[in-house]
Write a protein that binds this ligand. Structure first.
Ligand SMILES: [Mn+2]
Length: 289
């Protein structure tokens, strides 16, 4: 069953923005449940106010269509990832701006590759509590702990923001590959180093947002919560700066794992909606007034 995002779902051909549910969580190592993330965001999105006071626009006016969820193949990460890549590619080739909803973070790999295939090169802005740079995890290179290792191998420039968990090997990899790292503790001590973050990104950016980048006090519904995370305000300020200064070519929001705390689902839906508004302003699809 297809669920809309918000209250004004437009027909596919009229949509500039396609919301793509990717309810895949077979790679999770700790608490499963991110497969229910897309549905929870879509249901919560119906409760949002259409007009965003901060932006002075109603992001829904870009024309949003929520697509059918991408199916997955039980027992095969490889086949599931292939289906995700194919689905994303079809929407991108139809000229849509894609907002993918996870699902676990392993989906970043097929999604990012689909964007490169359709749109060419860009850098990655990875906002997360975790580095996700393990070559493999629990015996699988398709793990949600590994997508950015695999994407580094693919040659993508990588900027990571909000981190507070990383092992020595990952830190060595970051230094060796020139990953720009902005850990959460630094942001809390010194404020968001927006100039440095923007300077580390290329002109074109793909945004990968793991909800556990937010502090668990704000966002308790994730599979691997860690204290010391970003505030909602910090996340919005970061996105606002990126959309103002860069061309965002695609975005994904992953790892919401609903656990009965509706405020977390509203937070997720509101952040996604705000980001759609920022894209609409960047692209000239929305104007204030
Ligand atoms: Mn994470």
């Amino acid at each position: 069953m297809r669920l809309p995002f918000g209250e004004r779902d437009v027909p596919y051909r009229e949509a500039r923005v396609v919301v793509l549910p990717v309810p895949y969580d077979l790679s999770l190592s700790f608490l499963p449940g991110a497969r229910r993330g897309p549905e929870a965001i879509l249901l919560a999105s119906r409760e949002l106010e259409p007009f965003l006071l901060e932006l002075g626009v109603a992001p829904e006016e870009v024309g949003i269509h929520a697509a059918e969820a991408v199916p997955f193949v039980a027992g095969s990460a490889e086949e599931s990832h292939a289906l995700i890549r194919e689905a994303a590619l079809a929407h991108l080739r139809a000229g849509k701006f894609l907002v993918s909803l996870g699902g676990d973070h392993s989906i970043a790999h097929p999604l990012v590759l689909a964007h490169r295939e359709a749109l060419g090169e860009f850098s990655l802005l990875h906002i997360d509590a975790h580095a996700d740079l393990y070559p493999e995890w629990q015996g699988s290179a398709y793990s949600h702990a590994s997508p950015f290792y695999r994407l580094l191998q693919e040659g993508f420039p990588l900027v990571q923001v909000g981190l507070r968990a990383m092992d020595r090997d990952a830190l060595a990899l970051v230094r060796e590959r020139g990953v720009a790292l902005f850990p959460a503790h630094r942001i809390h001590r010194q404020g968001l180093p927006l100039g440095e973050i923007l300077g580390a990104l290329g002109e074109r950016v793909y945004l990968s947002f793991d909800f556990d980048a937010l502090d668990p006090a704000v966002m308790p519904s994730v599979g691997t919560p860690l204290p010391g995370g970003l505030s909602y305000r910090q996340a919005v300020d970061l996105l606002e700066a990126v959309f103002r200064e860069k061309e965002v070519v695609g975005m994904e929001f992953v790892e919401l794992s609903p656990n009965g705390q509706f405020h977390a689902e509203m937070t997720a839906a509101q952040l996604v909606y705000h980001a759609i508004g920022l894209k609409g302003l960047q692209a000239g699809w929305l104007g204030p007034g």
